[in-house]
Design a protein around this ligand. Structure first.
Ligand code: F0G
Length: 457
């Protein structure tokens, strides 16, 4: 088509009202929440960019599929439909449904990890890291150096550092039961991984005889970046690219709450018969029978249809462009963000924006809270609160202090995003008034969900 405007590739059939609150109300709600936006009542949030996980809008076709679901305990027709879609996409022999991504992670790692082992990844997401550490194993991040510098522009900033991975395999390979790569790299800014990088990982894994697993949550967004950025890939469909990505791996963990376009669901898939049998036995113990894995039949239907829709070009074109649209607006106003914009989210560099707030006073929390109070917009800190505390109880600054504005799929329109951009620019202009926080209460693991804070100064 000749026009430049990229429109939402859908029309709206059903709407949901959002609630406007006053600044005074938001200040009170945040105080009651212990200055932790995870503890807010979602009704008190106007535009919710906390996560793109499970927050997407389903299509009329997904809702229709839900009505056709089979709720049989064993051997449900909906399982076979789900299995066929996942196996067509991934090519893996064993498809094990789970209620979400972290359940797949727990089952995989509890099945294959021994204490003292090491799992490399470009960047482990927080639940992945926690599920490794709970087995007394070590989660090692080996993203390329550019991936650690917010302002560095690189087309595939999620790539794993192949030389560093090779060093790890050569020196401590006996302790590495599998290699993982996260596509796109959420903790590193929603940045894609190139096919070339995945092929190099495959070659290394062949050489050192290691299984290679993808954390595939955002595989379709990654495939779109490969199509639009990697030499020689422009003529292929996103699905063909995704199929090649999966074909390079021996298995994957997946949260269908992201690129499954569903509100719940996930799976663990792999080729190894022995690991799959052990995983299914654990699944039965903690998730459910292997043909439902903690999901309703209708969830399996929603995921199956979602996995078909997510690789459609008009959808991915709009999806990646709408994230970039917010990124461009913020960049033009001088707000430092991870460059280039990622697939599912914009990551504001809170450490760069608020240099007078030291990392251990949580500049990310200061920015998230200011944005909520100013505009009712909820983002999330991805920084020292999320990653700074170590299993031994010590605390150090995370590599970066970011604030993520994650964009739910097919939910908000361009004017919602215009409002978000205006709010962020307004908060950034008033940054001299922002102060840091201290933690008053926190659990030992995954503290960012429930920690309580107190403003400093
Ligand atoms: N891996 C990655 C890369 C993720 O982003 C997530 C979830 C998971 C695994 C776990 O999946 O939530 O279904 O158990 N990320 C969400 C987020 C929570 O907000 O980024 P889950």
């Amino acid at each position: 088509m000749a026009f430049r405007t990229i429109i939402e590739p859908f029309r709206v059939k059903s709407v949901e009202a959002i609630k406007f609150t006053t600044r005074d109300e938001r200040e009170a709600r945040l105080r009651e929440a212990g200055y932790n936006v995870f503890q807010l009542h979602a009704d008190d949030v106007l535009i919710d960019l906390l996560t793109d996980s499970g927050t997407g809008a389903m299509s009329s076709m997904q809702w229709a599929a839900i009505m056709q679901a089979d709720e049989s305990y064993a051997g449900s027709r909906s399982f076979y439909r789900f299995r066929d879609v996942v196996s067509d996409l991934t090519g893996f022999r064993h498809i094990i449904p789970t209620h979400q991504g972290r359940a797949a992670e727990r089952i995989l790692f509890h099945t294959v990890l021994q204490p003292g082992q090491i799992v490399p990844n470009n960047n482990h997401f927080d639940t992945t890291r926690a599920n490794i550490e709970v087995e007394d194993a070590e989660a090692v991040d080996l993203v390329i150096p550019e991936g650690r510098i917010p302002s560095a522009v690189h087309p595939f900033k999620g790539n794993i550092d192949i030389a560093a991975l090779e060093r790890l395999l050569a020196e401590r390979g006996d302790r590495v039961p599998l290699v993982m790569v996260t596509v796109t790299n959420n903790s590193g800014g929603g940045q894609p991984v190139s096919l070339e990088n995945l092929r190099s990982v495959r070659r290394l894994c062949d050489r050192y005889r290691k299984p290679f697993f993808l954390d595939a949550c955002r595989f379709a967004e990654n495939a779109w970046f490969i199509k639009t950025r990697e030499a020689g890939q422009g003529h292929r469909t996103p699905k063909e690219i995704a199929q090649e990505m999966f074909s390079l791996a021996d298995g994957c963990t997946m949260s269908a709450k992201k690129d499954g376009l569903a509100n719940i669901g996930g799976f663990l898939a792999m080729n190894d018969d022995g690991w799959a049998e052990a995983a299914r036995n654990l699944l039965i113990l903690t998730e459910g029978f292997p043909t439902y894995g903690g999901l309703a039949g209708y969830d399996l239907e929603a995921v199956a249809r979602g996995l078909e829709e997510v690789v459609e070009e008009p959808y991915l074109h709009y999806r990646i462009r709408s994230t970039e649209y917010l990124g461009t607006k913020l960049t033009e106003s001088g707000v430092p963000i991870i460059q280039p914009p990622g697939g599912h989210a914009i990551y504001i560099d809170a450490r760069a924006l608020l240099p007078e707030i030291p990392p251990l006073e949580y500049p990310g929390i200061a920015l998230v809270n200011a944005l909520y109070v100013a505009a009712g917009v909820r983002g999330v800190e991805i920084g020292t609160v999320m990653f700074g505390r170590h299993p031994d109880g010590s605390e150090t600054p995370a590599t970066m202090d970011l604030v993520r504005l994650a964009i739910p799929r097919r939910v908000y329109t361009q004017s919602h995003i215009d409002y978000v951009a205006e709010a962020v620019v307004d908060v950034a202009a008033g940054r001299a008034r922002l102060a840091g926080y201290r933690i008053t209460e926190a659990p030992a693991a995954l503290r960012h969900f429930t920690a309580r804070f107190e403003p400093l100064g």
